[in-house]
Design a protein around this ligand. Structure first.
Ligand SMILES: [Zn+2]
Length: 141
């Protein structure tokens, strides 16, 4: 599943402005894929938003595979992806690599505080390679 999320992320690599291109796959509680998303051209919407919109209520109790830590806050002031995942009732989030960006980081803390099971490190090397430029630039989210 993380491999599929990375395939999605690569689709818009280089096309998402200052935001990194993220891939997200959502599974329902039974393990069926119910949503998939990639960061939009220009950086919006975020991958998690696209996937959650597709999955709608089927996301409840499910798992999200995300290539980068879901954002904690948005520079735009919109609801963050971590909050949206919590509100959708996602039970488990698997993240390849954490986001060092000052606004976006600690999205995992938001998830954990809400009782979501969080796992990191699956696909970490792929994530480190894909987001090297973003981490180095300290870009805006
Ligand atoms: Zn986000």
């Amino acid at each position: 599943m993380m491999g599929r999320a990375f395939q999605l992320a690569r689709l818009n690599q280089g096309l998402t402005g200052e935001n990194p291109s993220v891939g997200c796959i959502l599974l329902d509680a039974d393990g069926h894929v119910v949503g998939a998303g990639v960061t939009g051209i220009g950086g919006r919407p975020h991958a998690e938003e696209v996937a959650l919109e597709e999955a709608a209520r089927k996301a409840k109790g499910g798992t999200a595979y995300v290539t980068l830590e879901p954002c904690r806050e948005r520079t735009s002031g919109a609801q963050s992806c971590s909050s949206k995942l919590v509100n959708a009732g996602i039970a488990r989030v698997v993240v390849a690599i954490e986001d060092p960006h000052p606004t976006a980081r600690d999205g995992l803390a938001v998830l954990r505080a809400a009782g979501v099971r969080v796992e990191t490190g699956l696909g970490q090397r792929m994530g480190a390679r894909l987001y090297r430029w973003f981490f180095a630039a300290g870009s805006k989210h």
